[in-house]
Design a protein around this ligand. Structure first.
Ligand SMILES: Nc1nc2c(c(=O)[nH]1)N[C@H]1C(S)=C(S)[C@@H](COP(=O)(O)OP(=O)(O)OC[C@H]3O[C@@H](n4cnc5c(=O)[nH]c(N)nc54)[C@H](O)[C@@H]3O)O[C@H]1N2
Ligand SMILES: Nc1nc2c(c(=O)[nH]1)N[C@H]1C(S)=C(S)[C@@H](COP(=O)(O)OP(=O)(O)OC[C@H]3O[C@@H](n4cnc5c(=O)[nH]c(N)nc54)[C@H](O)[C@@H]3O)O[C@H]1N2
Ligand SMILES: [Mo]
Length: 730
């Protein structure tokens, strides 16, 4: 039997079962993701959690082995821990992470509904993806404008028709665009790029890596030191102003702070920016002229804001687009994240999608998600966030379902210390991830291949009827059934389930949603396997309404190139106008970008991810000149280290990395099994990243860059043990 399923990297078809499971792309997908190749080997991999497991308390959380128990024993233990917490703010249920595609069995939605109905929990806000953007943009362009910049930017077909030049800070990386939260049935991204290129679009890719510019695009690589984009942006504005190319009328009518901006860039010369960025002054001058000569889109990738002072490249990029005066014109102006995610510029439908209903969380306490270690280590202390001071609650119980903080957070050794603090840590996982290893109770959950669901992502073209392809692995259960049983033990099963099984909910959610869209009934939808979403549009032009006279919802109604509100917060690390903060010098800047071979840490044991490893380690790319002076040869195992931690990786030499820059993607499963050799012997870069927020304004994640030294690893190379379940052997 062949069934339809979906993932964050796209819809697909499954046949066979067990170790004979086969995956094929969805027939209608013109450009399916290579990541589908990770699914079969991961399905019944030995790293799956087979039975509920309790930590044998000996050396401490993250160091101990586990004992398998029955479901009743495990659920009794979780229910007992939940009912013994002092007050509900002592439960941290932020549980950040991507989990899997599927609108109903979405782990966060399941957990948050369960915890909220039980009395609430300390939540987390924003995302690792857009920590600075989600807080900064509302000040710059208003809350509605921020939504439009982040979720409803100019669509690709408009760019393909109108844009002459994209100035892409952080490039346009095709590998990232296969991914959209919830998935995407139709990957049309590269098609848009080819059509745009054929019409004459050119891209200036300002980036430390040559291959951040997709091969489908024509243009130039402008190699730039990481963290120096704001210097280049300010110098471009300097040239526009000095050469009479700036649109003073646009600045006057549509912004506040235009005069201050132009005064502030007087000494931001191309020569000055060249010293900061490594980009020759002549290239900056030339680029400014090209920008003014046609329809130009300035885009800033999400990666730029995942760094110290990540608010600034957003603000300076917006200021650059404003100085050019094309904001609101088709294919011109400003954009955010073209090449970061598949839904950016990827169209939209004017209505909501079916989802498991949520209830209000009665607890008001929260942290920005990237402050998780501070939350656990600093109870009762205060933190700054977006103009206010808040207090870290005292967390007794951490409940995580659908995320891997020991993949995603910075300074993993510090996170290990933080995870030792609470009384109880409960983790739901299909796999023995590093996070599961840092729990007291691990509950095995099904994967999407083992349950029915509704599959659809932001900006998607179809709603997919996801069907179970196989039985649940060993004793794994659906999150829904786990939470229903826990709610039963705690006296609120009926409130959680509303008397429905998972199958009842799927029918109910679909039926309650489909009628106004003229879609077939549930049984026919399931039989067909998918339905197209009616009313899709792909003609959005960001800020067209604003240019035509509709004010933004900022205090001034205009784009705030100077924000009195932000200035009023008095943050030295985020003043009231775009400001250049020079990055700290380092022997090598390590770019810790998204892996092209998997989604984050998911399915790292799959075929595509495994094939990329070098001597069993995550590949690190570096420039041959940097390698030569360090006596490093292609294929060597290297030790990457700084004052925060160290790791082993396998080296690939390439001039796609500019000198002084190396690249090591995130997501190799954290392996601290040989601490005498390195903090991680597998190559997870988060043992090297500093655990600090972008600024007091947004407190966003800063994991994109690390400052490191690299040397050849001379000693024996320890085995990677990250996939071996930490079970008690008796
Ligand atoms: N250094 C550095 N670090 C970064 C970044 C960076 O640029 N540099 N990027 C950051 C960004 S943008 C992000 S979004 C984060 C991503 O961080 P995460 O979203 O935490 O990473 P994932 O590997 O997707 O983790 C999802 C986990 O959910 C599990 N899972 C899958 N399906 C289910 C399910 O149905 N139920 C349950 N309970 N679990 C399930 C998977 O096995 C996996 O362990 O990483 C961040 N970390
Ligand atoms: N295949 C795959 N796709 C994914 C994901 C995945 O895990 N795998 N994750 C998804 C998620 S959750 C997110 S949030 C998005 C993230 O989307 P992004 O944050 O945009 O993606 P990254 O790949 O981390 O970074 C893109 C590029 O930015 C460049 N860069 C880094 N620092 C600087 C800098 O200071 N200046 C300049 N000019 N360039 C810099 C790097 O060279 C890097 O290759 O990707 C999504 N897409
Ligand atoms: Mo992300």
């Amino acid at each position: 039997m062949t069934v339809t399923s979906s993932s964050h990297w796209g819809a697909f078809r499954v046949s066979g079962a067990g170790t004979g499971l086969r995956v094929e792309p969805r027939p209608g997908d013109p450009d399916p993701s290579p990541l589908l190749g990770n699914i079969p080997a991961a399905h019944r991999h030995r790293s799956r959690v087979t039975r509920p497991a309790l930590r044998r308390a000996r050396a401490g959380r993250g160091y101990d082995s586990f004992e398998e128990v029955g479901w009743d024993t495990a659920l009794d233990a979780v229910a007992e821990s939940l009912s013994s917490v002092r007050d509900r703010s002592a439960i941290f249920g932020g549980s950040y992470g991507w989990a899997s595609a599927g609108r109903f069995h979405h782990a966060q939605s399941q957990l948050h509904r369960f915890l909220a109905l039980g009395g609430g929990y300390t939540a987390s806000r924003n995302s690792y993806s857009l920590g600075a953007s989600l807080v900064a943009f509302p000040h710059l362009v208003g809350a509605r404008g921020a939504h439009d910049v982040i979720r409803a930017g100019t669509d690709w077909p408009v760019i393909a028709r109108h844009t002459d030049l994209i100035v892409a800070f952080g490039g346009i990386r095709t590998a990232n665009t296969y991914v959209t939260p919830g998935g995407r049935a139709t990957h049309d991204f590269r098609g848009h790029l080819r059509r745009a290129t054929a019409r004459g679009l050119r891209v200036a890719s300002v980036s430390p890596l040559r291959d951040d510019l997709s091969p489908e695009l024509a243009g130039d690589w402008l190699p730039t030191r990481p963290g120096t984009d704001v210097a280049v942006m300010l110098a471009l504005i300097h040239v526009l102003a000095a050469e009479g190319l700036a649109d003073l009328d646009f600045l006057r009518r549509h912004t506040v702070g235009g005069d201050r901006l132009l005064a502030g860039v007087r000494d931001r010369t191309p020569e000055w920016a060249a010293g900061e960025s490594g980009l020759p002054a002549g290239s900056i001058v030339d680029l400014a002229y090209r920008m003014a000569a046609g329809r130009t889109l300035v885009t800033v990738s999400w990666s730029l804001q995942r760094a110290p002072h990540g608010e600034q490249p957003l603000w300076a990029g917006l200021a650059l687009a404003a100085a050019l005066g094309q904001i609101g014109l088709p294919g011109g102006g400003f954009g955010h994240g073209y090449g970061s995610m598949g839904d950016v510029g990827g169209g939209s439908v004017p209505y909501g999608l079916p989802a498991f209903p949520q209830v209000r969380n009665p607890v008001a306490d929260f942290v920005p998600c990237a402050l998780v270690a501070d939350l656990l280590l600093r109870p009762g202390e205060e933190f700054d966030y977006d103009g206010a001071r808040h207090t870290f609650p005292d967390i007794e119980l951490v409940y995580w379902a659908g995320g891997n903080p020991f993949h995603h957070h910075q300074d993993l050794n510090r996170l290990r210390r933080a995870f030792r603090r609470p009384r109880t840590v409960v983790v739901h996982e299909p796999y023995w991830t590093a996070t599961a290893r840092h729990a007291d109770v691990v509950l095995p959950v099904t994967t999407t291949l083992e349950r029915d669901d509704l599959g659809v992502g932001r900006g998607d073209t179809h709603l997919v009827a996801m069907r179970a392809a196989d039985t649940p692995y060993a004793e794994a259960r659906d999150e829904y059934d786990i939470f229903a049983d826990l709610a039963g033990r705690l006296g609120y099963r009926e409130a959680f389930t509303e008397g429905r099984t998972a199958a009842d909910w799927l029918r109910h959610l679909y039926e309650g949603w489909r009628v106004p869209h003229g879609l077939p009934g549930y049984d026919e939808f399931r039989a067909r396997g998918e339905v197209p979403l009616p009313g899709r549009r792909e003609d959005a032009v960001l800020f067209a309404g604003f240019r035509a006279g509709r004010p933004l919802d900022t205090p001034s109604g205009r784009i705030e190139l100077h924000s009195a509100t932000v200035a009023g917060f008095g943050y030295a690390d985020c003043p009231g106008s775009p400001t250049y903060f020079p990055p700290e010098p380092a022997p090598i800047v390590l770019v810790c970008n998204q892996p092209a071979t998997r989604l984050h840490s998911q399915l790292d044991m799959g075929a595509v991810s495994s094939a990329s490893k070098i001597r069993g380690r995550e590949p690190l790319r570096m420039n041959p000149a940097d390698a030569a002076v360090r006596g490093i040869a292609d294929g060597d195992v290297v030790r990457v280290h700084n004052d925060i931690g160290s790791l082993l990786a396998g080296v690939s030499l390439t001039d796609a990395c500019m000198p002084g820059v190396a690249q090591l993607s995130t997501g190799a499963w954290f392996d601290p099994s040989a601490p005498g050799v390195a903090s991680c012997v597998h190559g997870n870069p988060n043992v090297l990243t500093r655990d600090a927020g972008t600024s007091r304004l947004a407190q966003g994640c800063t994991g994109q860059l690390a400052r490191v030294e690299i040397s050849r690893h001379a000693g024996p190379v320890p085995p990677v043990l990250a996939y071996e379940p930490p079970l008690e052997t008796t």
